[in-house]
Design a protein around this ligand. Sequence first.
Ligand code: HEC
Length: 161
Amino acid sequence: MHMKKFFAVALTAAAIGLAGCATSSTDSAAPAAATEPAEAALSVEDAIFERQNAMREIGAAARSLQSGGDLAALQATGRTIADAAQRFGELFPEGSGPGEGVETGASAAIWTNRAAFDQQVAALVAAAQATANAPNAQAAGAAAGGIGATCRTCHSQFRTM
Ligand code: HEC
């Protein structure tokens, strides 16, 4: 667990809890809000940390796809990759590219050609979802092959190390 991030989330949750108490003690909806802290923008450091972790997570998942498996296993892996990839948009915020004094393998091209980058995120999510929703093992295997292609396409254009 990344302590900084954990601390920030805990603080946010505490703040929301306090706000809920202050506004109304009869509002039964207030406690529910504390379990879902408002989306706070990630710091550059946290965004890079989280996206590298997410990439390693989908990397491990993608390797398990190559070793085959039954339909349920392929679908579960597709779901894992789709869920992780769906967060990529927020994990590449403005200012988290190279030249900011932070180690990153992200190319500056992401921020000068954002539409193409977002399109490749969407292509990965689509391939992973197709795997997750495949009706049979043959379709799942075909869709899983499409996942690997999206990794390579994006890395060749937007990853520097
Ligand atoms: C939309 C573009 C895009 C797609 C799609 C994508 N990646 Fe990446 N990947 C990147 C970028 C950019 C980095 C560099 C991130 C950084 O260092 O800040 C990266 C980094 C990585 C890393 C290194 C993480 C580390 O330890 O620093 C791995 C492993 C990885 N990707 C695996 C994958 C796999 C496997 C897939 C497909 C299932 C995939 N990626 C799909 C853009 C992408």
